[in-house]
Write a protein that binds this ligand. Sequence first.
Ligand code: DGJ
Length: 724
Amino acid sequence: MDNPRTIVQQFDLVTTRSQMTLGVMASGHLVCLYLGPRLASRASFKNLLTDLNHASYLADTDGVHNFRLEQLPLAYPTFGNPDLREPALVVADETGSRITDLRFDHLETYPHKPAITGLPSARWDEQTRTWAFVLKDERLHLQVTLVISADEDHDVFSQHVICTNQGSHGLTIERAFSFNWDFLSDQYQMLNLTGAWSRENHLQWTPLKQGFQGVDSKRGASGHGQNPFIALAAPGTTWDHGQVIGVNLVYSGNFIAQANVDMHQNTRLQIGINPFNFSWQLNAHRTFKTPEATIVIAEHGLNELSARYQRFYQDNLMRSAIAKTPRPVVINNWEATYFNFNKQSLLTLAKKAKQVGAEMFVLDDGWFGQRNNDTSSLGDWIPNTKKLGGSLTALIKEINQLGLHFGLWVEPEMVSPNSDLYRRHPNWIVADEKHQPQLTRSQYVLDMSRSDVQDYLIDTLDTLLTENNIEYLKWDMNRNITDAYTQTVPPRRQGEFEHRYMLGLYSVLKALVTKHSRLLIEGCAGGGGRFDAGMLAYCSAIWTSDDTDAIARLPIQEGTGLLYPAAAMSAHVSAVPNEQIGRKTSLTTRRIVAEQGCLGYELDLTKLTAAELAAIQTQIASYKKLRRILQFGQLIRLPVAEPGNQWAWLKKTADQIIVDRVTVLVQPNTVEKRQRLTGLPPNALYFEQQTQRTYAADFLMQVGLPVDRPTGDFFSQRWILSRV
Ligand code: DGJ
């Protein structure tokens, strides 16, 4: 054989600015050749790998001396062959053998992008092309297809994998990642979004080291502690400089996103369903499709990565009927009343809300069954007419008559032990037959993989929506899955449960938005415990965090807004001292931070002074004038002298810019520097309202705007610039 590492076929997948090049070696293995900015001319990668041969303790491949698969950048590594690093696919056959050897069979191309049945995925547009790399293990009768789409206009690649059993024996998939890329280097910083409840999605940078690193969830949801995202960036990458490759999973359940640096300073980047507690029975002639991974390559730092993700998700992932619909200003009663309300107090709050200019009244929790605290009634989605002073329909009518739209909180995936639903269907919960299932917040999880549970929820929610003028649903989910077990599959297939749960959840959401196409859904999971691209495919917004403190929200929204559109990031002005952490911040700062996302109010307006109400009224009036740019303008993070203490960002459309800046702690005896902007068109001129001056774009980017001296901690400042 000629050198088995010679590239005999090369495939350049390109978008306007990015390139992914794969190749087939003479040995038939599909390999990763290049992932980065688009190369100006077509380069041949024929000999990239021919000389790769470290002196090492590695197995030969195909009986060829020194042909070591483990040194090569494989596109979809499997187990049981000479590459003994972390596989992307593990499949067991009927004998129990997990040895799998995939070789390239053929390529199919499409001028579109196939949907992934049962799972959310990005839509395609005219500029999307798809390459389906068909790999086979002939002995196993296993076909594995890497379906890679390039969205030229949005500069985004996406990949999912289809496993097909073409034989007559059953196979068991033990892992099937959505994306694997092998880099011949370890010179990267890893970026993840990590945190906890009330502290979600902080940026976490770690230099790569030999071995495993990354994040995963085994919680049955993407989780508060980590987002299904991983990026590798050049050392020293900032918001404006440095090459970065981001990978995000369009999935809301258990996932893993990891980078493994091997013995030879190569990095294997992987994302997909978490193989922990996962398996899937692949019967003869059946297929399994993984969730989609989206891959973005930015040449100039995180702002570029962020812009691409946000625009792509806005245009091609979120429901087209609502993605660009201006989001209403919400008044949510949760932090205003908690469970303690009646018809009169709701209407009093609604009147005040109307008076200050809010548009959507969201009734949060406590409206159904006997629910006066969090210990009962989940599952009984029947209005508590005593508490609501009559029917829900009548209450909504009165709220509508005040000139407000109406939204309702639900937590469909859950059931309280003290509920009629649980008494009727105790076997609908997630539990095995031997253990007492665990409670969190006094509730069990419904087994969403059951079709009777799905039907019940679709039917119940559809009836609520059809019989009432509900234009907004807050879909909460306040606990993770323990006792993972389902009665819907036999014992040896229990590894399918948590993925089947997600498929069930997505099918319920899909059924509802298909029937109620204009319905706005605000996702929520005790704050941002399931803020991911999977949920974004159904939701107009997602509650970013239960922490509503303006200062605590700064890093949370920085991380969340890195990937997800600002209009989808619910952010509310709440009371001071803040309910979660007791901090006092000004109404102006609370508003400026909330307007970074999708603005709402969540406090007892009836307790505010006339001056505070007037200030809120002015805020909302000005927000409505700036709504287009604040919700749909490009969000750009700006450089500051003291990161962590100073925060600055702008929102930009073709003719307007809004710049916001927050200083956390004021420093004594310092001179405030200027706030420099980035990302402006070079020759533009802008008129700034506060200073009443005209500035050239390059001046704004090189010299900046004058910053006011802070009058105390948590000081904020806004500039509004119009292009002249
Ligand atoms: C948790 C959510 O994050 C809150 O905003 C609120 O909706 C409560 N649940 C209601 O129980």
